[in-house]
Design a protein around this ligand. Structure first.
Ligand SMILES: [Zn+2]
Length: 465
C-alpha cells in the first residue's frame, strides 16, 4: 500500500515525525482496534481521535447504543479512510482493545474476555466521578488478577470530561502499541481531574489504585449546572485545542461559547481537529465547528467570529465573555490574550502542544502567575514557522483538560492549575504538575510593571508559502 497524495496531506503532521513517518502511518491505516463502552458518550472522544489519526478499522461495542449514529457519521466524515462499525461482542482480529467504563462495566467486560481462547492486549480505563484509573494488561493472568480486584460497587456518576480525557490517553497508548514506540504504560495511572492529582501505582498496588478511585467528592451538581448555563466562554482558535475544549464545554452545557478563527478547514487539520470533516474542507473553521456543536447540543448559543484576535478587537471581544480559552497555535496571540485578559481581569486557560508533548496552565489575574511570569518577553529569535509534527490525540487531551479547568473556574469547584503548570510527555506517558509562583519581576503583573497597555505583537517569519 502506498499513501496517496491526499493521505500524505491528511497525515502530514504525523508523517514529518520520525517516530511515525509514512511507514508508521501505513501501519496505523492497516490496523484494527476494538473499543468497548457502556454508552456512546463514554467512547466519544476515543472513537473520534482513533478515526482522526487514521486507525483503519474501529470496532465499537456499546452496552447502550443510543446516539451512536451521530458519532459514526462524524467519525467517518472526519476521516474517509476509516471504517467504523458496531460489534455485538468481542472481535478477535483487533490489534488492541480499549475499554472505558465504571467498575461494574469493566468487571462484566473482563469476565467475558477471560473466557475467550485468545488473549488480545487490552487497556482498561476505570472511571468514577472525576477520576480514571488506566491499566494496560499484557496477559491473561494479569487480566484475571485485575478482574478479581473489581467489586461490584454502587457507583457512579461520571463526569463527561473524565471519559474524554481517558479516551485520548487510550488513543495515544494504542498508537504507541501498534507502532511500538515510546514507553507504554507499565504502572497503573490514576488521573484525578477534580484535584489535578496524577499518581502511578505499581502493578502489585492495583488494589490500592482501585480503592483510590472509590473516594468520592461531595459535589453540588445542580448549582454547578446553573452556573455553567449562565457562563460565557470565548475560545480563541477552533483547531487542535479549540475542537476538544469546545466539544467538552458544549456537552457539559456551557450557555454561550464564542469561537474566534479566521482560517478555513484544510485536509491537513483533520488528523487532530475532530470538529471538522472531509465534507467541510474549505469552509470557515468557526462555522464548521458551530455546525457540529449545535448538532451535539442544540440548547447552547454559539457566536462565531471569522477573524483573527488582534490588538484592535481583543478588548471588545473579550469583554463579552467571562473566561477565555487560549487555543492558538502561535506565540504572538498567546501574549496578546495574556495581556488583554490581565488588563480586563478575565481568567485564561492556556495550553500548548508539540509532537507528543503538551502543557496546560490556568491564569487568574492578580490571584496567580501569568504567562509573562514564565516567559517575560516575546522573544522571536530562533523561532521558526515551519510546520511541526503533532500526534492527533495530544491536542485532544490538552483541550479536554482545558475544558475541565474552565468548568472548575466557572463553578468554583475542585483545584485548578492556578500557580501550577502541567507538563505532559506522551511518549513516556508521564504527567508532572509543577508549582509556580507569581514572578515579582514580571513585566506585566510584577511589582514594577513596564507593560501598561497592549503591545505590538507582530512577528514575521521567513516562511515560503
Ligand atoms: Zn505575570
Amino acid at each position: 500500500m502506498i499513501l496517496s497524495k491526499e493521505q500524505i496531506n491528511r497525515y502530514v503532521r504525523h508523517i514529518i515525525m520520525p517516530e511515525i513517518s509514512g511507514q508508521g502511518q501505513k501501519k496505523l491505516l492497516g490496523s484494527s482496534i476494538s473499543v468497548f463502552g457502556e454508552n456512546v458518550k463514554d467512547l466519544f472522544s476515543l472513537t473520534l481521535y482513533l478515526s482522526a489519526m487514521g486507525i483503519g478499522h474501529i470496532n465499537c461495542y456499546f452496552e447502550n447504543k443510543e446516539g451512536y449514529d451521530l458519532l459514526f457519521s462524524q467519525a467517518t466524515d472526519l476521516n474517509t479512510d476509516v471504517k467504523v462499525q458496531l460489534i455485538k461482542d468481542d472481535f478477535t482480529v483487533s490489534d488492541i482493545r480499549l475499554v472505558i467504563g465504571s467498575i461494574d462495566f469493566i468487571k462484566k467486560t473482563t469476565d467475558f474476555f477471560i473466557n475467550e481462547n485468545a488473549f488480545i492486549p487490552t487497556i482498561l480505563s476505570v472511571i468514577n466521578q472525576w477520576k480514571v484509573g488506566i491499566n494496560k494488561i499484557s496477559d491473561l493472568k494479569e487480566l484475571s488478577g485485575f478482574n478479581e480486584l473489581l467489586d461490584k460497587s454502587s457507583s457512579t456518576c461520571n463526569v463527561s470530561f473524565v471519559s474524554a480525557v481517558s479516551g485520548t490517553i487510550c488513543a495515544i497508548e494504542a498508537v504507541k502499541h501498534i507502532l511500538n514506540i515510546g514507553n507504554t504504560l507499565k504502572d497503573m495511572l490514576v488521573f484525578d481531574l477534580y484535584n489535578m492529582g496524577i499518581s502511578t501505582y505499581e502493578k502489585n498496588e492495583a488494589k490500592r489504585a482501585i480503592e483510590s478511585l472509590n473516594i468520592k467528592e461531595e459535589i453540588d451538581y445542580k448549582n454547578a449546572e446553573e452556573k455553567l448555563s449562565n457562563a460565557k466562554v470565548l475560545i480563541v482558535g477552533a483547531g487542535g485545542l479549540g475542537s476538544p475544549s469546545s466539544l467538552a464545554l458544549a456537552m457539559a452545557g456551557v450557555g454561550t461559547i464564542g469561537l474566534v478563527d479566521s482560517d478555513v478547514v484544510e485536509i491537513s487539520n483533520l488528523n487532530r481537529q475532530v470538529l471538522h470533516s472531509s465534507s467541510r474542507i474549505g469552509i470557515s473553521k468557526a462555522d464548521s465547528a458551530k455546525f457540529i456543536l449545535m448538532s451535539f447540543n442544540p440548547q447552547i448559543k454559539i457566536d462565531t467570529y471569522i477573524e483573527n484576535l488582534t490588538k484592535k478587537n481583543a478588548e471588545e471581544l473579550i469583554d463579552k465573555y467571562d473566561l477565555v480559552i487560549s487555543a492558538v497555535d502561535n506565540i504572538q496571540t498567546r501574549y496578546l490574550i495574556n495581556d488583554a485578559c490581565y488588563f480586563m481581569k478575565k481568567p485564561v486557560i492556556e495550553a500548548g502542544v508539540l509532537r507528543f508533548d503538551g502543557t496546560n496552565t490556568t491564569i487568574i489575574p492578580d490571584k496567580g502567575h501569568c504567562y509573562r511570569c514564565l516567559y517575560p518577553n516575546l522573544n522571536t529569535k530562533g523561532m521558526s514557522c515551519a510546520e511541526t509534527g503533532v500526534l492527533g490525540a495530544v491536542p485532544g487531551l490538552m483541550g479536554f483538560i482545558q475544558a475541565a479547568e474552565a468548568y472548575k473556574v466557572i463553578t468554583g469547584l475542585g483545584t485548578n492549575l492556578r500557580n501550577k503548570i502541567l507538563l505532559f510527555d506522551g511518549l513516556d506517558m508521564e504527567f508532572n504538575v509543577i508549582n509556580l509562583d507569581k514572578n515579582p519581576d514580571c513585566p506585566l503583573c510584577g511589582n514594577n510593571p513596564t507593560i501598561e497597555k497592549l503591545q505590538d505583537y507582530t512577528f514575521r517569519c521567513n516562511r515560503v508559502d
